[in-house]
Design a protein around this ligand. Structure first.
Ligand code: TTP
Ligand code: MG
Length: 394
């Protein structure tokens, strides 16, 4: 191999719960569960490591978490606070390089390839990042360093919590050898089961399969399995704003069955997504609808627009159409979500030469509404339609 890359992965430990313990010192050392209402249908966002010992984990129904760990302190999330801490962490990361790819509020990749002369060895920079996060936020994170994103992330997750792990070039195979195949990107329950059927449970064993055989059995995933099993991953660190998506979703206290009510919810979700896109100065091209049914079966339907948008009504138009035309409502709906992806900074968009006048005015109107809301609060203004059902689409 030639000059290897130096990729760092940073992931905060029990992020939401750790912030609650930071802000409420009496909760330190105690099981803390952040999420929805355990008396209702809420789910666990995250649990402190004290609560994880009882088997509590993210995405579990909060009611089940309470049965497993009745002595836990249950808290609703405080997103604004988590966002604030996330900004603090990002500021630390950006002080080393602009090549930062935030994955979520608490997780990011950095590409430190070629920064050695300026900053010193990547491993030392990574250590310094970990120390500064601790000093400047009072929170612990886990940091992995490797020649690519896959290995860096694997390293940080194996080091958790409060850990630090470096995988050097040449050590990939030994590092991966005994890990379960589920640790490979793209290996979910179904693929794992098929691999186990072939007698393969570890990455080392997977290396025994020839590329042809993997391609034959797993299609294009086969190549990725072949490469990941050898620690090969070429995916680049994509700086903020080039990739990513922005979405909003809602779980209902009671399943919805009325399509008009669903439309109303989609409208307000679309509006929220539009507002957040405008706040971030982004536009997105693909609108995705997510529907979770009463039996937890979840489907998504997506449509790519001819032009990127940041307007709630345009997003709603697509999301509403997807719901009306591409979803069979045979049972109640538990959750609805709207997401926009293919994001680009709005100032990078090529404006069409003759932008429709109606559209321009509609954009202006939504901007004005953002301003009013920013000044007077979220409830100051609601679109008529968010309050009143609109007649179902013919
Ligand atoms: P994670 O990094 O997956 O989890 P974590 O930081 O709580 O714990 P650790 O990394 O130490 O294993 O997610 C970061 C935050 O995102 C988490 O604190 C809460 C939120 N989250 C959810 O709201 N729902 C989820 O299903 C998951 C996985 C995370
Ligand atoms: Mg985390």
């Amino acid at each position: 191999m030639g000059m290897g890359r130096k990729i760092v992965h940073v992931d905060m430990d029990a992020f939401y719960a750790a912030i609650e313990q930071l802000d409420h010192p009496e909760l330190r050392g105690r099981p803390v569960i952040v999420g929805g209402d355990p008396a209702g249908r809420g789910v666990v966002s995250t649990a402190s490591y004290e609560a994880r010992k009882f088997g509590v984990h993210s995405a579990m129904p909060a009611a089940q978490a309470r049965r497993l760990c009745p002595q836990a302190v249950f808290l609703r999330p405080r997103f604004a606070r988590y966002q604030e801490v996330s900004q603090q962490i990002r500021a630390i990361l950006y002080s080393y390089t602009p090549l930062v790819e935030p994955i979520s509020l608490d997780e990011a990749f950095l590409d430190l390839t070629g920064t050695e002369r300026l900053l010193g060895p990547a491993e030392e920079v990574a250590r310094e990042i970990k120390r500064r996060v601790r000093e400047e936020t009072g929170l612990t994170c886990s940091v992995g360093v490797g020649p690519n994103k896959f290995l860096a992330k694997l390293a940080s997750s194996l080091a958790k919590p409060d850990g630090f792990l470096v995988v050097r070039e040449g050590e990939e195979l030994a590092f991966l050898e005994d890990l379960p195949i589920e640790r490979l990107w793209g290996v979910g329950e179904a693929t794992a089961k098929r691999l186990r059927g072939l007698g393969i449970t570890t990455v080392g064993q997977l290396r025994g399969l020839a590329l042809e055989e993997l391609l034959d059995k797993f299609g294009s995933l086969g190549r990725s399995l072949y490469e990941l099993a050898r620690g090969i991953d070429r995916s680049p660190v994509i700086p903020e704003r080039e990739a990513r998506s922005l979405g909003a979703e809602r779980t209902f206290p009671e399943d919805l069955t009325d399509p008009e009510e669903m439309e109303r919810v989609l409208f307000s979700l679309s509006e929220e997504v539009g507002r957040r896109l405008r706040e971030e100065g982004l536009k997105g091209r693909t609108v995705q609808l997510k529907v979770r049914f009463a039996d937890f079966k979840t489907i998504t339907r997506a449509k790519t627009l001819s032009r990127p948008t940041d307007l709630g009504r345009e997003i709603f138009e697509e999301a509403g159409r997807l719901l009306a035309e591409r979803v069979q409502l045979r049972q109640g709906v538990r959750l609805l979500g709207v997401q926009v992806s293919g994001l680009i900074p709005k100032d990078q968009e090529q404006l069409p030469l003759f932008q429709d006048e109606k559209e321009r005015r509609s954009a202006e109107l939504e901007r004005l509404i953002d301003e009013i809301r920013a000044r007077f609060g979220e409830e100051a203004l609601k679109w008529g339609r968010a309050l009143r059902p609109k007649p179902p689409r013919a």
